[in-house]
Write a new protein. Structure first.
Length: 293
């Protein structure tokens, strides 16, 4: 089975950095896919090529893709639009433009973003999928909407049974059951084959959000591997300057808070590093640090 390792946390804490560094590490031993569902993702800039249209090889054993809204909805249309139109046009006088309206419905984009993740996991192509997620709130919505969608589809079955006589030659129950099965598969994938790393900077808001999202992921059923504290300042560079000394002490307080609340989970510490966000150099250094700590 393909394993999925997701990276989440507050915006700007270094999720993409940790995702890319981890993907580079996994690619050394097996075929790996790096997926970004962050609307402000920067994989294309990091690898200096467009990754928002299709899966692209970016290094030996490493493929990458940025799942934009446009790409996800295009895939959704190809997979489900014909079936949806067939059902609706069987009892309503509608044209194909109804698909434009439906694709704007809440949850459609999120549902089929995860369908893409499921499809890649089931393809058998990759040993590991590294998932660079959107910031905290968006990621939690992406996950919990699956449970809401599953509940909604269960209710839709009951409604159909009451009004099925109005449909002409098309059985919408088949589509409802198809979507329900898909949602059940996605939930199982997340709860069985997915683990998470929660990234934070050693500051109040990132740490508190990291702890909250860890609790939410656990309640959803996703195992949390642990936490990554990014951009830790070294004492030897701070001790001789009052400003940096105060900054270091503040970081240590939130580091202590993280360790106390981690409940035995791993806490990896990555120091503040210099250099450009490039695969050769900075990201390789982060990859090596993640492997060691």
């Amino acid at each position: 089975m393909t394993k999925i390792e997701m990276f989440t946390g507050k915006g700007g804490v270094g999720k993409t950095t940790m995702s890319v560094a981890t993907a580079l590490q996994y690619a050394q031993s097996g075929k790996t896919l790096l997926i970004s569902t962050d609307p402000s993702g920067s994989l294309s800039e990091i690898f200096s090529q467009s990754l928002d249209q299709r899966v692209t090889e970016v290094a030996v054993n490493l493929d990458a893709v940025e799942l934009t809204r446009e790409l996800v909805l295009d895939l959704w249309r190809k997979k489900f639009a014909d079936e949806i139109y067939a059902v609706l046009s069987s009892f309503l006088p509608v044209g194909r433009e109804i698909i434009d309206y439906i694709e704007g419905a809440p949850g459609i984009e999120e549902e089929f973003m995860l369908d893409y993740l499921l499809t890649m996991a089931q393809s058998g192509t990759y040993e590991t999928i590294v998932w660079d997620t959107a910031p905290t709130v968006t990621t939690l919505n992406l996950l919990f909407i699956q449970q809401l969608f599953y509940t909604h589809l269960t209710q839709a079955q009951k409604v159909y049974m009451k009004v099925k006589t109005v449909f002409n030659k098309v059985d919408p129950l088949a589509l409802i059951n198809k979507w329900k099965h898909l949602t059940a598969q996605i939930i199982e994938l997340l709860q069985t084959d997915t683990t998470a790393w929660v990234v934070a900077n050693p500051e109040r808001l990132p740490v508190e959000q990291a702890l909250n999202i860890s609790d939410s992921l656990t309640k959803f059923g996703i195992d949390v591997n642990g936490f990554i504290l990014n951009k830790m300042l070294p004492l030897e560079l701070c001790k001789d300057h009052p400003f940096w000394q105060a900054k270091f002490q503040a970081q240590q307080r939130w580091r202590k808070r993280m360790f106390q609340a981690a409940d035995g989970r791993i806490v990896k510490e990555i120091p503040e590093l210099t250099g450009e966000m490039k695969v050769d150099g900075f990201l390789s250094e982060v990859s090596e640090l993640l492997r060691k700590v």
